[in-house]
Design a protein around this ligand. Sequence first.
Ligand code: ZN
Length: 447
Amino acid sequence: MENVHIAPVIGPEIESGYIRIEGDRIAELGPMAQSPGAPGTTRIDATGCLATPGLVNTHHHLYQWATQGLAQDATLFEWLVALYEVWAAMDAEVVKGAASAGLGHLALSGCTTSSDHHYIFPKGRGDLFAAEIEAARELGLRFHPARGSMDRGQSAGGLPPDVVVEELDEILAATAEAVDTYHDPSFSSMLRVAVAPCSPFSVSADLMTEAARLARDKGVRLHTHLAETLDEQEHCLEQFGMRPVDYMDKLGWLGQDVWFAHAVHLSDGDIARFAATGTGSAHCPSSNGRLGAGIARVSEMLRRGANVGLGVDGSASSELTTMAGEMRQALLFQRARYGPKALSARQALELATLGGARNLGRQDELGSLEPGKLADLALWRVDGPFTAAVDDPVCALVFGPQPPLARLLVGGRTVVEDGELRTVAHDATGRAGAEAHRRLMRLAAAR
Ligand SMILES: [Zn+2]
């Protein structure tokens, strides 16, 4: 790859440089003047492009691709109560179509690694976890599905109806099986599984504790929603007599192997504990805006040394959201709250790349363009007739709407070229998501 502006996230930016890829890794990079011009290699002329690490999405619910545009003006709890009953009708076919379209859409916005948090497993509806894994495999993205769960239905003081919750023992058995079947801890792994009970208001304290024990036994990571809204804080104070982070601390849920989605309503002490324990968080600004949840204290968290990555969150609370769009949204939210120095374009890019890699425990493999790291990178076309007017290519990428994606490489393999999916049929992948929506609406109406 030659003649490209490189924003490597770690190390100095290079205005006109080369990146040499060998197998699935970056072999070397540097200014064009130092290019070895290795003969016999495939050359990509990337004149007019900006190369960044592939973006890393650290919170999602792919199945929600099938329920976008519903409960448009609801709070989180109202929105959940409206949608639980619809989600109860999903089957493996819905999840496969939704995941294909959702992941394809992410790839088109520069995402090379995505997590997913799937926490509803209605009985007799097929293997939903396998369905989303199949979608990621077909597309060729690195995938971190988290086996989610809920065991505290309305009859036990929780928010979800009993029909969408499972029993503690079956959850632990199914989660252990998901890890044993799919988790690949190797360097360059395409698939790692996390353990992810859904949230304090839908999960028992026993499940939280047992899930943490299981994850640590198996050497996998832990994920859940936390401190998303003030309603949640109130619920925790009422039910457990403490705020969300205190509650999770008590259950053994702070640590380097944990990342929380949202973490909007944190106290100064919570932020200090995140930093001291290495607990990460996935900032999901579009979803937080859509549900009126609040604005996370991201720039303060960064200043105090807590790790933050980005997440698009489920599509039902952030319709058609893109990873590139979340960088911009994160920057604008922080500046709206704290002023123009709160977050720079390059810091926003770091959240979307290295911050995400750290959340997933993969900072040695992903998140920056460096020799020895995986060749996961996005090539953005910043010389278009309109984009070229922006003085700085990184500013064009982060401040503006997403520039065209010239190429997306995952482990050196082209997944997107000239804005089109190449590993799967582009249009059919999008249509599979629309079909999943229609199918789920039909199934839900028939319940
Ligand atoms: Zn979520």
